[in-house]
Ligand binder design. Structure first.
Ligand code: SF4
Length: 368
């Protein structure tokens, strides 16, 4: 087995080469998010030495939802080598090899185990999740906690996550299913990865980041973000012209939802226009003359980037709250904030019922 080590990451080169050969690939587009481009460049050299023609992608790349199929077609690549994420799409349009780039060395986590135990005083049962980079070490954390008197439950894959324990910024379904059985959650990786479950569950959430050696309880952060979200819902309610943003990224495109939302907005007295875009950024938000936006793409754009924008960029459920079709209390108490992302369960039916009720009324009068 041939392995490549780059910084903290470990890559199984034999597996990459085998998969590319199965696809009979010669020209390979290498796509990596920021932070992984050094590995991409190293892999390009390695592939060229083995007789492949690698092409490095310089486009933005945010997740497994964002596979560069169009770019691969344009450069006539036979396959894509995608770094840093696990498969997200049900089916790849172009053969794609996923290189997750997991952390090889558990010692940063081992060094902070007593600190984690100390932070969990009073917790008897904990639900565990991790970003894909830390998955190889989640059992180490679980065993330590079990040995120290805390029962652990590990998230199972259900929506977009494909591994045990894995969470994505838009998929906490595995942890959400454990909610009734645990006192709290730990997400191993980063505050970003932990914040998602904190926003859709009232259970205490701890972000454990072995790189910065921090254990952070996210209660205050959760409250701050939710206050900001609520203020933007109120601002949105006053807007008359709204842009409904739909992503052209293969795993983020929710055009059916965007059409439904535009109809619901119009039914409720707003002018609504759908905007298709690859990236949601300041240019889109400020250049278009809309007073507010609904974002049907990655939910984390609204959560993480809202502070940069002077106009509200609401999530679909928040838009329904601004129209007084869904209550803010239901969003918080039932964990509906990120729908249709985040998780899917019985509680999410209320969201679809509101959207579809409006559709049936339109169908009755022949407007769809
Ligand atoms: S939709 Fe957002 S959070 Fe989900 S995988 Fe894509 S970039 Fe990450």
């Amino acid at each position: 087995m041939e392995e490549l080590y780059h910084g903290p990451y470990k890559i199984d080169i034999s597996q990459v080469l085998d998969k590319l050969r199965v696809f009979s690939a010669r020209r390979v587009l290498i796509q990596a998010p920021l932070g992984f481009r050094g590995i991409a460049a190293k892999l390009a050299v390695l592939l060229a030495d083995r007789g492949f023609t690698p092409v490095l992608s310089n486009s933005a790349c945010w997740g497994g939802c964002d596979i560069a199929y169009s770019e691969a077609e344009q450069v006539k690549a036979d396959a894509i080598l995608h770094l840093g994420h696990s498969p997200f799409m049900r089916r790849d349009k172009i053969p794609t090899v996923y290189v997750e780039c997991r952390y090889a060395d558990p010692s940063p986590l081992m060094n902070m185990l007593p600190k984690i135990r100390e932070a969990l005083k009073g917790v008897s049962v904990i639900g565990l999740g991790a970003s894909v980079q830390w998955l190889d070490h989640i059992t180490l954390l679980a065993s330590y906690l079990e040995d120290n008197g805390i029962s652990t439950r590990i998230a199972k894959p259900s929506m977009f996550a494909m591994h045990n324990a894995q969470v994505l910024g838009c998929d906490y379904s595995g942890l959400k299913q454990l909610e009734a059985d645990v006192d709290a959650f730990i997400v191993l990786g980063s505050i970003f990865h932990a914040l998602g479950i904190a926003l859709i569950s009232s259970k205490t959430t701890y972000a454990v980041d072995p790189i910065t050696q921090t254990v952070k309880e996210l209660g205050d952060y959760r409250r701050r973000i939710l206050m900001q979200r609520y203020a933007n819902i109120q601002k949105f309610a006053e807007a008359s012209k709204v842009g409904v943003v739909v992503s052209t990224k293969p795993g983020q495109m929710r055009s059916g939802l965007a059409v439904l939302l535009a109809h619901v907005l119009r039914d409720n007295g707003k002018h609504a226009t759908i905007i298709a875009t690859d990236e949601i950024d300041d240019k889109l938000i400020t250049e278009y003359p809309f007073e507010a936006y609904v974002n049907t793409a990655c939910p984390r754009i609204s959560v993480e980037d809202q502070a940069r924008y002077a106009k509200p960029v609401l999530l679909p459920a928040e838009c329904l709250a601004a129209l007084r079709l869904l209550s803010w209390e239901d969003i918080i108490n039932k964990g509906l904030l990120m729908l249709p992302w985040g998780w899917s369960g019985e509680a999410s039916n209320i969201f679809w019922k509101i959207l579809n009720a409006s559709r049936s009324e339109r169908e009755e009068v022949g407007i769809v």
